[in-house]
Design a protein around this ligand. Structure first.
Ligand SMILES: Cc1cc2nc3c(=O)[nH]c(=O)nc-3n(C[C@H](O)[C@H](O)[C@H](O)COP(=O)(O)OP(=O)(O)OC[C@H]3O[C@@H](n4cnc5c(N)ncnc54)[C@H](O)[C@@H]3O)c2cc1C
Length: 369
């Protein structure tokens, strides 16, 4: 059998692309070397944020925010327990306040409804907040999900849409054929007319299958979760520098993140928590929501996030490789993921995408033959 499309990598980007392609009538194979959404898309902080999303991505994030909140409607009941709540990004110093003003300005211009408010007003919205805040960005439409549910939410919808889901089937090489591609996998070959590379931090190696150099930076993000505690906050919190993301789940646990770096790499994954970054992250959280000083940490973990040289995504056709497409390296990519998958599927099906893609031409060099 020859599939219309083989999507390689089943994170949120690959799952959404595969689902929308299958619903558009294509025969789709979705392959992952592990289980679906068990890398960045299943271990991330689940923050749906306009305040941390780059201005260029805000229009996409706004549409994706809506998709997450209505996931059961378009994903056959699949649910990540998305919660809509206000988001606050706070500044403790004059320098952070200036940063906040500048970033809020550009994000507002891009359509994010972010207003700047005083520390006192921020405490009315978030009574648990420190009284040391000088200025805060307030976005009424942020929110969060339980990211570990992402694969469980997509799986039944993918299967019902007819996607052939191949888990624990890594792709090791891709050979171009006259009318498509042969994929070498850890369990035999598979043929497809088109391919979509959706490999997160592993996109660099995937691009190399096509003889293309696409440098992908790897961030080894740490996350920390507390024990269940009494309600201490009701917003999604961040700080202007971007070094904090904070939310409390309905079960009482508080998830602490913000891109503090751990030890690991693309080849071996996340290896170990970096102690000084762990304590820095937790102390910043407790500085922001003082009630967290009494909370005990239960667990910390690591996940790998991808970034291009200009920190903007690679989404679109692979230049010089007809029928090869790529999707990934999206900053705050969980927030915008489902919408970007939908847009790429539109392009692959020959439709004009609702919004522009992010062609990768700017990022790569084709190796000399
Ligand atoms: C700890 C952490 C916290 C984050 N917090 C947030 C947040 O709060 N909000 C937000 O918006 N974003 C957040 N992000 C970013 C977000 O998680 C990512 O941008 C997004 O999940 C990337 O999705 P993806 O599908 O591109 O990649 P991934 O989810 O990494 O999926 C890539 C898939 O490709 C598969 N694969 C790799 N190689 C092969 C191969 N050879 N063959 C087959 N399959 C292969 C992998 O197994 C993997 O499943 C966070 C990231 C991390 C790591």
């Amino acid at each position: 059998m020859i599939f219309d499309v083989a999507v390689i990598g089943a994170g949120v980007m690959g799952c959404s692309t595969a689902l929308h392609l299958a619903r558009g009538g294509m025969q789709v194979a979705l392959l992952d070397r592990g289980a679906i959404c068990r890398e960045a898309s299943g271990v991330n902080a689940g923050t749906l944020t306009m305040q941390m999303t780059r201005a260029a991505l805000i229009p996409y994030a706004l549409r994706a925010h809506e998709m997450w909140l209505r996931m059961p409607e378009w994903c056959d009941g699949g649910d990540v327990l998305a919660v809509a709540c206000p988001g606050l990004s706070v500044a403790f110093t004059e320098q952070e306040a200036a940063m906040l003003e500048e970033r809020a300005h550009f994000r507002r211009q891009a359509g994010a409804p972010i207003e700047l408010i005083s520390g006192g007003r921020a405490m009315e919205i978030e009574p648990g907040l420190s009284d040391q805040v000088l200025l805060a960005g307030h976005c009424p439409i942020d929110g969060f999900t339980s990211a570990y549910l992402t694969g469980r939410a997509f799986r039944p919808a993918l299967l019902r849409a007819g996607v052939a889901l191949f888990e624990k089937r890594g792709v090791t090489a891709v050979d171009r054929q006259p009318h498509g591609f042969t994929l070498q996998t850890t369990a035999g070959t598979l043929r497809a007319r088109r391919i979509v590379l959706a490999g997160g931090v592993w996109l660099e190696g995937m691009a190399a299958w096509l003889g293309i150099t696409l440098p992908v930076k790897v961030l080894v993000n740490q996350l920390v979760v507390t024990e269940r505690i009494r309600p201490v906050m009701r917003t999604v919190m961040g700080v202007a520098s971007g070094l904090l993301s904070l939310k409390q789940y309905a079960n009482g646990t508080v998830l602490i993140g913000g891109g503090w770096q751990g030890i690991g790499d693309r080849e071996r994954g996340g290896l170990a928590v970096r102690a000084e970054n762990f304590s820095g992250n937790v102390r910043l959280a407790a500085h922001t929501i003082p009630a967290l000083r009494d909370a005990r940490v239960v667990r910390a973990w690591l996940g790998l996030e991808s970034e291009t040289a200009d920190a903007l995504p690679a989404i679109g056709p692979v230049p010089g490789e007809p029928d090869a497409w790529i999707i990934g390296c999206v900053h705050s990519g969980y927030t915008s993921g489902p919408y970007f998958g939908k847009l790429l599927a539109q392009a692959i099906m020959g439709q004009e995408p609702e919004m522009p893609l992010f062609p990768m031409d700017r990022l790569l060099k084709k190796e000399a033959a």
